[in-house]
Ligand binder design. Structure first.
Ligand SMILES: [Zn+2]
Ligand SMILES: [Zn+2]
Length: 169
């Protein structure tokens, strides 16, 4: 059942948030009292594994009694959002920063993951999550090959730089 973000946001808040999001370099597809719809660029599309969903939607959700909390989700049409995640932040500048992080890293938290590119091919013993688009790994502490105890030499990059690494490979 697709979720509609239908709680209304104040006009001035939407307007200010749009200004902040555009200041980060993003293109707004649509913005009104129930949704702010951002066009994914090529990098954001890859980072978010967005498939056939060209839009990231920001909106408020609530039960009608409590104040809405900011959420984000990917959307095919900019209207329905099958899956919502919490965005966080209340001030437009803060919400815009969170959205920018989601679009660049896939998560609103400021903490970035480091990706590792092992110098030797992964064996079947490897239990590390593969990361895209670089094709590297996020080393799992318990991995027999790349875990804390082994700590083999690997080339590292921050996830924000991941797309550049994928391009230069
Ligand atoms: Zn591993
Ligand atoms: Zn990477």
């Amino acid at each position: 059942m697709p979720t509609q973000i239908t709680d209304e946001m104040p006009d001035t808040w939407v307007h200010t948030l749009v200004t902040h999001i555009e200041a980060h370099g993003w293109t707004i597809h649509d913005a009104h009292e129930t949704a702010i719809v951002i066009n994914l660029d090529h990098t954001a599309h890859a980072v978010l594994n967005a498939g056939d969903r060209p839009f990231l939607v920001i909106g408020w959700t609530g039960d009608g009694e409590t104040e809405g909390a900011t959420h984000w989700g990917l959307s095919v049409d900019g209207v329905t959002v099958p899956h919502l995640d919490g965005l966080g932040g209340r001030e437009p500048s803060e919400v815009a920063d969170q959205a920018h992080r989601v679009l660049r890293t896939g998560r609103p938290e400021p903490r970035q993951l480091r990706h590792a590119m092992p110098y030797v091919a992964l064996s079947e013993a490897c239990r590390c999550p593969l990361v895209h688009p670089c094709g590297g790994i996020v080393p799992a502490p318990g991995c027999a090959e790349h875990g804390d105890r082994r700590a083999p030499a690997m080339a590292w990059h921050w996830e924000a730089d991941c797309h550049d690494k994928a391009v230069s490979r």
